[in-house]
Structures are given as structure tokens and as C-alpha cells.
Design a protein around this ligand. Structure first.
Ligand SMILES: Cc1ncc(COP(=O)(O)O)c(C=O)c1O
Length: 402
């Protein structure tokens, strides 16, 4: 491609990223895209030929590899094959899509639900379909990238409020033109910090200022609430969220995303969202796995109690070692390292001792706030958690974090 000049912007961006990646690889602290080659029970994996304790998984209830879910996926392949006949609106809908959507609606206590092929696509298409020019969308500063991208794509006025700061949100709601329709969007549990949105005050503000409320439950489904139904159950506020978004790729060990809500809202999304109309349907195996995942979640409520107990124990133990875990109260446990370099070195120390944990660095988090983004699941034993905490402590001391 000699015809492209060196100062071409596309060329410069490619080079800048490659330079950064290659430098990290040369320093021997590149930990991304590492392939897991095998599962070993619910809490261990094989990576680079070594069995490691998995402390970076989204499978909060330890359902990846659950025999019932594996069997359901295999049976769906035998019944429907491996693909669908196209997009949902045309020939792509299967009876198990409808069963899954009815099950989600029932589980979330709504009239109806619609599924998409990823959580990312769900947020992107839903936000950008619901609001447009002349509307205002209010988004927490730490919301997931898929929400941010949906807001940008929508063409609505994009207002970001300070993280979990209801005074700031109220001021911004007051500033919005009276004639504008308003949508407020937030994560239930923030994906980098693990803290929980202040739903009681948020829903009250939405009611008072006539705003729609959309909450992303990617990290709260199965984790919050006595039966894992999520943030409304956690706060004892059934029905306060208008647009309940979730993923099928975390607690539910499949892939995809959903919106649950009023029947007219779901009918509208089914006929207006571009990700539903212009992209192939969820494949049979993944749909069946998600459906069985919800059934297991209802049949095995002890898993919800286990992840909550393990999260409390993990957070308390990491803190007892003098490490900073920010405001988390959930299964996502940031272990603050400071500089990117310290986060990389601390990861290396942990992995050397067979704890599989990964670093999150800038720009995914603010500079100086690089961290290990550890997660705990229902599948961990107390002993495994204690071992991981000892390893973090040792690693923290080695790299000078504590
Ligand atoms: C808060 C949040 N929303 C949405 C998504 C996207 O979901 P998916 O990975 O299922 O596309 C993620 C993924 O990590 C997430 O953390």
C-alpha cells in the first residue's frame, strides 16, 4: 500500500496502536486475547497449558459448562440445525426464540421481551431507536461503551452526568428544554468499578421530571436481589424501570441481549430497531442455552446466595490486605494498582502464581486508576478466594502497590 502517505490519519492510528501493543508485548506484560484451552470444573481453566484459578469470569453463577445447559444446546442443534433462516422479522424466528422471550419477560416481571444477538447491539440499537433529534439522553459518566455509542448514534442531545450523582443529574434535567423528550440511562452495576446505581433516587427523579428510565443489568442479573432478579429486587422497587436491558453472555452462559418492558415498547422495538430487522437471529444452540440458563437460575437459587456471600468475603479479604477496591459491593472487584505499568506487573505476578486475573488500563479507566479487574463467582470455594487474596497481597507488595 505504498500509495498511502505516511501522514495519512488512518495509517497513523493503525501505527500508534500497533506500536503500543508491540511495546507491551516486548516488555512481556501483554495479557489480552489469551486463549482458554479447557474448563476444569466451575472455577478453574487451562491457559498456556497451566491450570489456573479463574478470577476474571463473567459467569457469575458458575453456569458455563452446566450439564443441563450443555444438553439443551446440543438438543437444539439436533432439532433446528446450527443457523437460522435469516433475520427475525422474515424467516429467522424459531419457536425457542419466543419461548426464551416469554421466559425473560416472566423472570423480569414485564409484559414482554425482545432479544438481540449481543448485549452491545441491544444497547446501541435500543437507545438510538428510542431517542433522536430534539430529544435529550442523560447518561452516567461511567456507563458501558455500548450505551455511549447508542447515545452518539441517536442524534439526541447527549448529556453525561457525574457518576452516580443524583444532584448533578437533577440539575441537568432542570436545564433540558421542557418540550424535549428525555431518556435517562445507567448501568445497574458499573462494569469497571462494581458499584450499584442509586435506583431509589434515580427512579424518583425520572418520575418527577417525566423521563424514561433505562437500566443495563449486564452485571446485576443473577447477582443482585434474593432470587437474582436484579436491581429492582435488590432495592425492593418492582416496576420502576421502564426499559430493562440485560445480556445473555454473563450470568446466562450464552450470547445475546434483551430488552424487557411494556408490550407496546417491545412491539415498537421489534418493528423499528435496526439490529433486529437487519441482522440474523440468535442461533438455535445459543437460544436454547440461554433459555435453559434462566430455568437453572430459577431451580438453583443457592447459586445467587453463593455469589453474594463470595463477593462479600472476597471484598473484605482484599481490603484486609490493605488493597483499594473502590466502592464495589458486587462480584466485580477492582483491585487498584495506579499506573498502567503497575497493573501489568501485578497481573504478571498473579498469573505466575496461577491466578487468572486481567488488567484494565487507560483509556478504559482514567489514567492513574489502572487496576486488576477481578471477579468472583458462585463456583469459588472460600479456600480458593483466600488463596487469590494472598496472591494479590504478595503481588501488591512486589510491585509497590502496598
Ligand atoms: C454493562 C455492559 N453492558 C453491555 C455489555 C455488552 O454485552 P455483550 O458482551 O453481551 O455484548 C457489557 C459487556 O461487557 C457490559 O459490561
Amino acid at each position: 500500500m505504498e500509495w498511502i502517505p505516511d501522514n495519512d490519519n488512518v495509517q497513523r492510528r493503525i501505527r500508534a496502536m500497533c506500536d503500543r501493543v508491540e511495546q507491551i508485548q516486548a516488555d512481556g506484560v501483554y495479557f489480552y486475547n489469551m486463549p482458554v484451552s479447557e474448563l476444569r470444573g466451575g472455577s478453574k481453566v487451562v491457559v498456556n497449558g497451566r491450570t489456573m484459578g479463574m478470577f476474571a469470569s463473567y459467569s457469575y453463577l458458575g453456569l458455563i459448562g452446566h450439564p443441563r445447559i450443555n444438553s439443551a444446546a446440543k438438543a437444539a442443534v439436533d432439532k433446528y440445525g446450527t443457523g437460522t433462516h435469516g433475520v427475525r422479522t422474515l424467516a429467522g424466528s424459531l419457536s425457542i426464540h419466543h419461548e426464551l422471550e416469554a421466559t425473560i419477560a416472566h423472570f423480569k416481571g414485564t409484559d414482554d421481551a425482545v432479544t438481540f444477538t449481543s448485549g452491545y447491539a441491544t444497547n446501541l440499537t435500543t437507545v438510538s431507536t428510542l431517542v433522536g433529534r430534539h430529544d435529550v439522553v442523560f447518561s452516567d459518566k461511567l456507563n458501558h461503551a455500548s450505551i455511549v455509542d447508542g447515545c452518539l448514534l441517536s442524534g439526541a442531545k447527549f448529556v453525561r452526568f457525574r457518576h452516580n450523582d443524583m444532584e448533578d443529574l437533577e440539575e441537568r434535567l432542570q436545564e433540558a428544554p421542557r418540550s424535549a423528550s428525555r431518556l435517562v440511562v445507567a448501568d445497574a452495576v458499573f462494569s469497571m468499578d462494581g458499584d450499584i446505581i442509586d435506583l431509589p433516587r434515580l427512579s424518583d427523579l425520572c418520575r418527577r421530571y417525566g423521563a424514561w428510565l433505562m437500566i443495563d443489568e449486564a452485571h446485576s442479573l443473577g447477582v443482585l436481589g434474593t432470587t437474582g432478579r436484579g436491581i429492582e429486587e435488590h432495592f425492593g422497587l418492582p416496576g420502576v424501570i421502564d426499559i430493562k436491558m440485560g445480556t445473555l453472555s454473563k450470568t446466562i452462559p450464552s450470547v445475546g441481549g434483551y430488552i424487557a418492558g411494556r408490550s407496546d415498547l417491545i412491539k415498537y422495538l421489534r418493528h423499528q430497531t435496526r439490529a433486529y430487522i437487519f441482522s440474523a437471529a440468535l442461533p438455535p444452540a445459543q437460544t436454547a442455552a440461554a433459555l435453559e440458563g434462566f430455568r437453572v437460575l430459577e431451580d438453583e437459587p443457592w447459586r445467587v446466595q453463593a455469589v453474594q456471600k463470595n463477593a462479600r468475603h472476597f471484598i473484605d479479604s482484599v481490603r484486609a490486605h490493605g488493597l483499594d477496591t473502590l466502592q464495589t459491593r458486587t462480584a466485580i472487584v477492582p483491585v487498584l494498582c495506579g499506573t498502567d505499568e503497575r497493573a501489568f506487573r501485578m497481573t504478571a505476578e498473579a498469573q505466575k502464581r496461577d491466578i487468572f486475573v486481567l488488567p484494565v488500563v487507560s483509556p478504559a479507566v482514567p489514567e492513574g486508576m489502572a487496576r486488576l479487574r477481578a471477579t468472583v463467582t458462585a463456583a469459588h470455594t472460600e479456600e480458593e478466594i483466600d488463596t487469590a487474596c494472598d496472591v494479590f497481597s504478595l503481588a501488591g507488595k512486589t510491585v509497590g502497590v502496598i
